[in-house]
Design a protein around this ligand. Structure first.
Ligand code: UDX
Length: 434
């Protein structure tokens, strides 16, 4: 099928390449000329495992192209909207500028019978109002939220755990078009859930709100563990065996960040308030606050580890990305902890396998070092804030001991073997662990 994808950021670029890889003919469109040039050369503008190979295969096959000219969307049967919906600069709500601009630019190129499929995360009610504009052209609008995780985006797009398509009243025909687009996944038995527009929009924010709540729940338990001497990682293992609860997303530490969870729960709260139902999701404010408190806690542990002051002391910060397998530093708890330690006068050196360039752009005041071992060398304290394997599995306390005589390690992700580090003579500080 001929498809267009408007917006070639994280979501759109992966979607375009993934759709070409399952056999569609796809044009990716973006206003950013540099991004389009890179993508056209088969280069991923961000770190995402598996993306470079499906990009270059798609381009080589002739089924995948990128352009800044939105007129190239003409003739496609389905037009996906994958632009960003960041948090507004002066509030919690989502900024819909890019969604509106994408729809405006697309309207002159739509033909009757086309399907516009929104993938961006939007406040509930957005799709219904966009549908009025789209329908004037004879095209139809559906909402098809995306649940991809950074680092697993290609797999999550080609082989998702569910597909959700929200359609206008009686518009089963558009749902069938989307079923055809996703035929390889549907044929494998992937649940294909057809809803109304509002439900589809809500599914996305509800899923992210639930995940954020799960993380903040365990982090709240970590706070209680800290004043009682309990161990939150054992607690998580024990409650996680209950299949109704499940162990995933019960990783206590410095909390969640990234381009989705933080802004999505804030936008959800803002939208609920507009709808007169702010109290229904009032707990999300608490979820946000618990999450932010964990960054303070990690900073406090570093201060404690260094005897009450970090001033002029070298601290090795392992990690800058908001999570491993990503170079994304948007709302990164790891980088925030580094910035706070720097603010307290510490001599901070940050390392990360993939995210240094993005981190430097966001926080040029910090010192960056590409080598893990040089970062640790002569540090008075080491703080692990992104659980890359290089820091979690492949760094032994014995090896770290050869690099520095500082013997304090703060494990901001509870990823290390506390007993092994202690046995090697280190003072180990976990998050919600004794
Ligand atoms: C998330 C959702 O998972 C995805 O479905 C949605 O489409 C977009 O938002 P992503 O932002 O890529 O995806 O990251 P995710 O893997 O969900 O992690 C989010 C944050 O939570 C990271 O900062 C991670 O370190 C943190 N986290 C995750 C924890 O602190 N503890 C956990 O147990 C799990």
């Amino acid at each position: 099928m001929r498809l267009s994808v408007v917006g070639c950021g994280y979501l759109g670029a992966v979607h375009a390449a993934a759709m070409a890889s399952i056999g569609h003919e796809v044009v990716g469109i973006d206003v950013d000329g540099r991004k389009i040039e890179a993508l056209s050369r088969g280069e991923a503008p961000f770190f995402e495992p598996g993306l470079p190979s499906i990009l270059s295969d798609g381009i080589a096959s002739g089924r995948l192209a990128f352009t800044t000219d939105v007129a190239a969307a003409r003739g496609a049967k389905v037009h996906f909207i994958g632009v960003g919906t960041p948090q507004q600069k002066d509030g919690d709500a989502a900024d819909l500028t890019f969604v509106n601009a994408a729809i405006d630019s697309l309207l002159p190129h739509l033909s009757p019978g086309d399907v516009v499929a929104g993938k961006s995360t939007v406040p509930v009610g957005t799709a219904a109002s966009l549908a009025l504009r789209v329908e004037r052209t004879g095209a139809r609008l559906v909402w098809n939220p995306e649940f991809l995780r950074e680092g697993f985006a290609v797999k999550d797009t080609i082989d998702p755990d569910r597909l959700v398509v929200g359609v206008g009243v009686g518009d089963n025909a558009s749902a069938e078009v989307l079923r055809e687009v996703y035929a390889p996944a549907v044929d494998k038995g992937t649940p294909f859930i057809v809803t109304d527009l509002a439900t589809a929009e809500l599914v996305k924010v509800a899923a992210n709100a639930f995940l954020a709540t799960k993380i903040s729940f365990i982090n709240a338990m970590a706070e209680i563990a800290e004043v009682t001497g309990a161990d939150v990682t054992q607690l998580a293992d024990a409650i996680g065996h209950d299949v109704r609860i499940g162990r995933r997303f019960l990783g206590a530490g410095i909390g969640f960040g990234g381009g989705c969870l933080p802004k999505d729960i804030r936008a959800f709260s803002a939208r609920a308030e507009e709808l007169g139902r702010g109290e229904s999701v009032a707990f999300l404010r608490e979820v946000d606050e618990i999450n932010l408190r964990r960054r303070d806690r990690a900073v406090q542990l570093a201060v404690d580890a260094l005897g009450g002051s970090v001033f002029n002391k070298k601290i090795a910060v392992l990690g800058a990305a908001f999570k491993p397998h990503s170079d994304d530093v948007r709302d990164s708890p790891a980088l925030d902890v580094a910035v706070r330690l720097y603010g307290l006068g510490a001599s901070v050196v940050v390392t990360d396998p993939e995210a240094i360039d993005n981190a430097r752009r966001a926080h040029p005041q910090l010192t960056y070092e590409s080598s893990r071992d040089e970062t640790i060398r002569d540090a008075e304290a080491v703080i692990l804030v992104t659980e890359w394997d290089e820091y979690r599995r492949q760094l032994s306390p014995e090896h770290a001991s050869t690099l520095t005589s500082g013997r304090a390690i703060v494990d901001g992700r509870n990823g290390l073997d506390a007993a092994a580090w202690r046995a090697a003579g280190w003072r180990y500080y976990g998050m919600g662990r004794p």
